[in-house]
Design a protein around this ligand. Sequence first.
Ligand code: NAP
Length: 461
Amino acid sequence: MTRDLFIQASYLASSVLFILGLRSLTHPDSARRGMHLAALGMLLAVIGTLLHREIIDYRWILGGLALGSLVGYPMGMWVPMTAMPQRIAISHMFGALAATLVGVAEFVTLANGADVGHAQMAALGFEVLFGSLTITGSLIAFLKLQGILPGLPLTFRGQNVMSVALFASGAGLLAWLVANPAQPVAFHAMLFVGLGFGISLVLPIGGADMPVVISLLNSYAGLASAATGFAIGNNVLVIAGALDGASGFILSVVMSRAMNRSFGNVLFGAFGTPQTGSAASTAGLTVHAVSPEDAAVQIAYAHKVIVVPGYGLAVSQAQHQLRELAALVEKNGGEVTYAIHPVAGRMPGHMNVLLAEADVPYDRLREMEDVNPQFESADVVLVIGANDVVNPAAKHDPKSPIYGMPILDVEQAKHVLVLKRSMNPGFAGIDNQLFYMPQTSILFGDAKASLQKLITEVRQA
Ligand code: NAP
């Protein structure tokens, strides 16, 4: 009795810690504390679970703990921030795999469904269907983001029909199983249909839609865990899964809005392929390359500088040099703010985290809607490793794959200074007219090296 009480108390405490952790994650100042609270919550949940009377042998559990630590530690320590989306995708795959295996084990243990009630079958079926589609969906997302599979949408004739057929069969099998749980063949068929649906769901998605898919799969993995909690009567799994499912879903909606995908597309995962065609040609246009000395003159005495950070800033890890340059501009009497696009970089909040690492004050960060009217009056807009999020084709070229995505209105500025290494495109793989406009100069080179040169020059100016 005391042991059961202790288990339930630890589950309650860990649920409270998860909620407080999530709450703290909503602000960069408290985000680190939020992570610690959530990790403590997870530790309590694990301890509570290990005390269950049903556990008669700890050897497999210890083996799993050792294996998990062996895989998890290097993943946490050595995977760079820029590879975070694929790392998250593979974590979702493991989470969904665990939920699915628990579902299958539970079904088999309960006399292949003969001892399963209708309500429990609904939870088990939901768990296995969502779990299995999340396994393969996350795996495909990982392979695409890691560059093992092409990142572009992979389509074939009749793909949409196949996806709808798989979805309908999965849902049909689930309904049938709820009515007649003792159907092992139908149960395993549903598992394979789920695995197939995950592949057909993510293969046709590519380019700029990937972040939405990742957070949607996060939501699916959470829902599968919540269903596991119902199936095996574990309260903390229900609560943690529901938190994960709901927050992943909200994030998907917020990101899809930022990328101009409709709510319906997010809900049903039917993203389809982006429009084909290319953005207006830039052939024959020339760019204005600038030297560090000339670029420094533009910045040194500017009154109003808006920095647009992007993926390239994260690649070159130049956030500390950026902060140093901003301090010099401020010392000369200038004002520096940072324009944050919701999908700049490669994961939600990427730029916020990066700038927080360099102690950039949070109140200098401006969201897209607030900063867009400001570009017109800026003396210089410093674009560092950003490309798609400042591509004006999104506004006026219906043939562009990113048409409709809200962007930062950098092209309105009087002077734009871009730091990048070459004329290579960004994530969406398309050219950017901004780089050829008369007000734009490009300082070619790695962002960190270029910022270091600018710091030296501004100091001398
Ligand atoms: P981007 O469009 O991918 O462009 C990155 C730019 O950085 C490129 O122009 C590249 O040009 C430059 N660059 C790369 N390494 C550099 C270095 N070491 N030094 C200087 N420049 C460097 O980036 P973005 O404007 O931030 O847009 C983000 C894109 O990623 C969007 O399409 C978004 O949909 C997608 N996405 C976002 C998320 C998310 O959740 N935030 C997740 C997945 C995908 P060079 O090679 O010429 O240097």
